[in-house]
Design a protein around this ligand. Sequence first.
Ligand SMILES: *[C@@H]1O[C@H](CO)[C@@H](O)[C@H](O)[C@H]1NC(C)=O
Ligand SMILES: *[C@@H]1O[C@H](CO)[C@@H](O)[C@H](O)[C@H]1NC(C)=O
Length: 226
Amino acid sequence: MNFPACFALLFALLATTYANTEKVIFTAPPVFNIESSGPSFEQLQLQVITSKSTSRRLSLPVAFPSGQQTKGVDAWYLLRDLSPAQRYEVRVCWAAVQPTNFVLDVFNTTHVFDTPELIQDLAAYSETQQSQQSIKKESTKYHDQDSILFLRIQAAADFFTSNQTLMSSPPPVDVELILDPYLANVFPRSLLPTAVYIVILAGGGWFLSDEIWRRLFAGTEKRHKD
Ligand SMILES: *[C@@H]1O[C@H](CO)[C@@H](O)[C@H](O)[C@H]1NC(C)=O
Ligand SMILES: *[C@@H]1O[C@H](CO)[C@@H](O)[C@H](O)[C@H]1NC(C)=O
């Protein structure tokens, strides 16, 4: 198999698992004293995402854009245990068979608590979470001094079908949510195996072509002698 074919195969493999990705890149804020902050983060009942919980599979509700919800349905998460000044990205990956528009934003605590629209959205989402009894309680204890950000994911359905059932209530979208620290603030950690693989493929391809070239050359030399 030649080098371009290897690449094509690699990307085909990546594409069949998850075709679409949306991401937001940010730098973690300075630590924040949670105890002095008044509102209790536990009371918000948000799912907590740390870079230790590597990837998370979620089923996100979606809606078609409409009057109030121009970007679909909002979901809020709490990013905790970040390292101040470290660069991260949050990625959402989903299958191409569920066409969706995702918008990802991160907000620091002051930004959220000082912006009426954001605090209203967050409160509304928090209420829906509290009404769902099945929500998993986070047992992990976090530091009172923590670098924290809010993550908002907006999900809007993006397809058309003549099936009225699907058009009036689009099914939830299965996604994979990843919080990925950058190595040396340059390269996302979880993409390292892929990068190493490509480098090995490239190196292998180079040696192989060299070998093939030498054999071809040896072949022509032989014929010259004959
Ligand atoms: C919070 O976010 C706002 C808006 O992006 C920014 O102006 C502010 O400096 C941030 N504060 C901290 C403590 O990072
Ligand atoms: C519409 O979609 C739903 C959900 O996939 C399915 O159960 C139903 O049979 C479909 N209706 C028609 C008329 O195709």
